[in-house]
Design a protein around this ligand. Structure first.
Ligand SMILES: *Cc1c(COP(=O)(O)O)cnc(C)c1O
Length: 338
């Protein structure tokens, strides 16, 4: 048995998803003539109560287009220090938008009340202009932590008082919503722009969406094109995204439950010193003694289990639609033998 807990991007399209892709009506999306892309964009925008949406190859592109559209050169973006936009997007905000990051240390990737007001810079010629707040729900490096709508609302309110624009990196927003029962409309109403990933737990092979006001999405579309993100018969990919949004949202609760089950097992193992709170499909844990993450991963490889190092002695397990209960049982059995 092969169990791939590396990332929820390891998902493979299911047979009915492939069928939907195969049957997609397509056209040249650069000319806005791909009916399936148009349908994906309009239905996703509607779901969030947004005016418009833009289908992009990756979440890095949707996040960075949002930063580009909300800022001007020499502005700064305020975000928690574990944020994907800072940690895992190659620092491209500096290149594409000529902005800097004002990083705040929160808790498990989440900002705390009062931190935004304290971080916003006064207007002096020698300081960057604080322009944009980015929140991430769930927070990947924070261990899949959830912002409740109430928590996010109070932070956004704080940001609005400071005249900041607000972007949500919602790559895994649906993993949070299936836990809280909150609605996409409420989250859409809160933010100027939202990005969501179709290629994580939702199981599409490629794709992210940027949602926002028409005028901003029009500008983002132009930037997408000039940085090489204009795709032609992208409807084949959009069909997978549509299928994912229609059929793979509710099932994310299973992934979350499986990750929590793994977390509970890990806490009983002597080779594990600490397991971080596991709210969704990401489980981060720390190894005891002098055991390194790469040694631990090598041992797992012998059992055909793949995971990823998240520090010298830290491992991340991620569950997704390619991980079954039987696989979790197998992983637990192997962990017991380590
Ligand atoms: C995966 C992810 C993204 C986008 O990553 P891509 O690999 O560029 O699609 C953005 N934000 C978060 C929190 C993510 O986990």
């Amino acid at each position: 048995m092969l169990v791939n807990l590396t990332s929820d991007t390891a998902t493979q399209p299911t047979p009915p998803m492939l069928q939907a892709m195969f049957a997609a009506a397509v056209g040249d999306d650069v000319f806005r003539q791909d009916p399936t892309v148009n349908r994906l964009e309009s239905s996703a925008a509607e779901r969030f109560g947004m005016e418009a949406a833009l289908f992009c190859p990756s979440g890095t592109m949707t996040n960075q287009l949002a930063i580009k559209c909300h800022t001007q050169a020499l502005d700064e973006v305020i975000c928690e220090e574990k944020s994907h936009v800072y940690q895992y997007e190659g620092g491209v905000y500096a290149m594409l938008s000529s902005v800097s990051m004002n990083l705040i240390q929160g808790e498990r990737g989440k900002l705390l009340p009062g931190q935004i007001a304290a971080a916003v810079k006064p207007r002096y010629d020698w300081l960057p202009i604080s322009r944009l707040l980015v929140l991430e729900n769930t927070c990947n490096k924070g261990g899949g932590s959830i912002y409740t709508l109430a928590e996010a609302s109070s932070l956004v309110q704080e940001a609005r008082k400071q005249k900041l624009a607000c972007h949500l990196d919602g790559a895994r927003l649906f993993n949070a919503l299936v836990e809280t029962g909150e609605s996409t409309e409420d989250w859409g109403r809160l933010f100027d722009t939202v990005s969501i990933c179709l290629s994580k737990g939702l199981g599409a092979p490629v794709g992210s969406l940027l949602l926002g006001p028409q005028e901003l999405i029009d500008r983002a579309r132009r930037y997408r094109k000039v940085i090489g993100g204009g795709m032609r018969q992208a409807g084949y990919l959009a069909a997978a995204g549509l299928y994912a949004l229609e059929h793979h949202v509710e099932r994310l609760a299973e992934d979350n439950a499986r990750a929590r089950r793994l977390a509970a097992t890990l806490t009983t193992l002597p080779c594990v010193s600490r397991v971080e709170q596991t709210e969704t499909n990401i489980c981060i844990f720390h190894l005891s003694g002098s055991q390194t993450a790469s040694q631990f991963l090598e041992k797992l490889e012998e059992y055909n289990i793949k995971a990823v190092a998240f520090g010298p002695q830290t491992i991340r397990f991620t569950t997704h639609l390619g991980v079954s209960d039987a696989m979790i049982e197998y992983v637990e059995e192997c962990l017991g033998r380590l």
